[in-house]
Design a protein around this ligand. Structure first.
Ligand SMILES: [Zn+2]
Length: 288
């Protein structure tokens, strides 16, 4: 290489480094996502298979057990797995605010909202929670391609909640302290960042720092700690057996099962069953 060519090569390299540094400095979502991902790499920990003695039962019999609750918290909703036609979301009003969401998310959203108030003195607003198929259709008309097709939006199940704080909505949410905190810690409150920055190949959706999705504990902790998507997590569970997870002094056993016969731990404190909208059920048990 001649001296002149070498100089040009060095110049191009320096220009590329400067451009990357500028993108990093000025692109708040990217900056947050890179640091967040590096942090999670250090603490990632997947649940491991556990051996629990089980018995076989049917979904109907399981639901009649007073220790068991049935909800829609673990439904995977995307373009590959749209909601079935005629799907009816469980719906509840959040604290007389007029905001409608899936009842399974109400208590946890209250705690998250309270935490934001205490920590930052800020009110956590909801711009959109439950949307009917008709309302989703109207949004598609307004936003075009960025909105999910009817049936493919978590808002139609009241499980996706779009949040903001004063002056920081949409992508700008990640520039606010509450936004950064929620994108880091919502897993402790039963929520996940449903469309993470680097996971568009799995979700089909670009980063949405404002869209939180209720899945409940301990799934939210596992997903957020391992920087997973809901798609990836349901794939991961697809073994049929039980996975163990410990947090907050509780022992959890979780499993994804399909078919009419379910394998249930012989002894458990409480449990939850949710269809996953891919033909299976996600079973969540608190065990001794
Ligand atoms: Zn949303």
């Amino acid at each position: 290489m001649s001296g002149k060519r070498r100089l040009i090569a060095i110049f191009i390299l320096l220009a590329a480094i400067t451009a990357a540094a500028a993108a990093f400095a000025f692109n708040a979502p990217l900056r947050f996502a890179v640091i967040d991902r590096l942090t999670r790499l250090g603490t990632a920990k997947l649940p491991e298979k556990i051996d629990v003695p089980t018995y076989e039962t049917s979904v109907e019999d399981l639901i009649s057990d007073p220790r068991i609750s049935f909800d829609q918290s673990m439904m995977l909703i995307n373009t590959d797995h749209p909601l079935p036609e005629g799907f009816i979301a469980d719906a509840a009003e959040y604290k007389e605010t007029g905001v409608i969401m899936n009842p399974c998310a109400v208590e946890s959203f209250g705690k998250l909202s309270e935490e934001i108030g205490e920590r930052f003195g800020e009110k956590l607003y909801v711009s959109s929670a439950f949307r009917s198929a008709k309302e989703q259709l109207e949004i598609i008309g307004e936003e075009g391609e960025t909105a999910q097709q009817v049936g493919a939006s978590e808002h139609q199940a009241g499980l996706g909640i779009d949040v903001y704080v004063m002056y920081f909505a949409g992508t700008g949410f990640i520039k606010s302290a509450p936004g950064k905190w929620i994108n880091t810690n919502c897993g402790d409150y039963g929520f996940i960042i449903r469309y993470p920055y680097f996971k568009r190949s799995e979700t089909g959706i670009p980063y949405e720092p404002w869209h939180i999705r209720y899945v409940g504990l301990p799934h939210s902790e596992i997903i957020m700690r391992n920087a997973m998507t809901l798609e990836g997590y349901i794939d991961f569970l697809d073994g049929g057996g039980y996975y163990g997870w410990q947090s907050g002094g509780k022992n959890w056993a979780v499993s994804r099962q399909s078919g009419g016969v379910l394998k249930i731990p012989e002894s458990f404190i409480s449990g939850k069953i949710s269809p996953d909208n891919t033909g299976g059920y996600i079973l969540t048990f608190e065990i001794a």
